[in-house]
Ligand binder design. Structure first.
Ligand SMILES: Nc1ncnc2c1ncn2[C@@H]1O[C@H](COP(=O)(O)OP(=O)(O)OP(=O)(O)O)[C@@H](O)[C@H]1O
Length: 263
């Protein structure tokens, strides 16, 4: 559990985003605690990706602001932000003619300068990141030769090589087989950094420290998964009837769903 004294590292303050006259993110205030794993959940189109992009400074809000370590993101340079925070976007792309190792090495960019060229320490960070996602055997492979799941792992390795204090991940388990999903979630959970993870699998969300629930651009609930993900919220936000089972293997809670009729 996260102690309040750990402090807030990233904060959305009354954030609003409008696109083509539509409210995509609406008055979202969300403090992210140091070293917590915060699951960001909500139905398709509820604004999860948009909120992550706002939190990363990739897009600018129409209202409110984002504070990173207490500083307004809009006043920070890209390089300063990239030293603190990495975003692994959904379906992120990379230049075709690049090796896996070079794609991961791009994560070191915020730390390099004319006076500080790529060093052994940078290669160490790349090596560790490749090991963490189990892609060291493919380090010399061409990016375009990878499967969808392997590309996803390389994107995560690039973010890890960046060595940020805050990691934002947009549906990191997309394209991954069940073994890779479980090992990636365990890897993410064990990282000694602050994590905000957009997830569709509500059973994966149960393993987060807290969950933030989005609906039509608004933050409608925030708290411990066991408290937040009750039958009433699941019906109202996700339009499902849920039952809770207990896994006899370890006693953990498992959710099962049936769709509610749309009427
Ligand atoms: N560039 C854009 N222009 C107009 N509308 C947009 C744009 N980007 C996103 N939207 C709209 O904003 C809403 C929220 O999209 P967003 O991708 O943030 O939702 P999401 O919760 O991440 O969805 P999903 O679970 O399907 O990935 C959607 O209705 C989407 O169509």
């Amino acid at each position: 559990m996260i102690a309040a004294a750990d402090g807030v590292v990233l904060q959305a303050c009354a954030l609003g985003l409008r696109l083509q006259g539509q409210r995509i993110v609406d008055q979202v205030t969300l403090p992210v605690q140091r070293h917590e794993m915060l699951g960001l959940i909500g139905p398709n189109g509820s604004g999860k990706s948009s909120l992550l992009r706002l939190l990363a400074g990739v897009i600018q809000p129409n209202e409110g602001q984002v504070l990173l370590q207490g500083q307004p993101l809009q006043k920070m340079g890209r390089r300063a932000i990239a030293r603190e925070l990495a975003l692994v976007a959904q379906m992120a792309e990379t230049q075709d003619a690049i090796s896996v190792e070079d794609a991961v090495a791009l994560g070191r960019t915020p730390w390099l300068s004319a006076l500080q060229p790529f060093s052994l320490q940078d290669w160490d960070a790349v090596q560790q990141a490749l090991n963490a996602v189990g892609m060291e055997a493919k380090r010399h492979s061409a990016w375009h030769s990878l499967s969808g799941g392997e590309r996803q792992r390389v994107h995560i390795a690039r973010a890890l090589a960046q060595q940020p204090g805050v990691l934002l991940l947009d549906e990191p388990c997309n394209h991954l087989d069940i073994h890779q999903q479980l090992s990636l979630m365990a890897l993410i959970r064990a990282l000694p950094v602050t994590k905000v993870v957009a997830l569709h699998d509500l059973n994966q969300a149960l393993a987060c420290d807290r969950v933030a629930v989005m609906q039509q651009g608004r933050l409608v609930a925030l708290g411990a998964p066991a408290q937040v993900l009750d039958a009433a919220l699941l019906a109202q936000v996700f339009r499902v009837e849920a039952s809770t089972l207990v896994d006899p293997w370890d006693g953990s809670r498992v959710l099962r769903f049936r769709p509610l009729s749309s009427s």
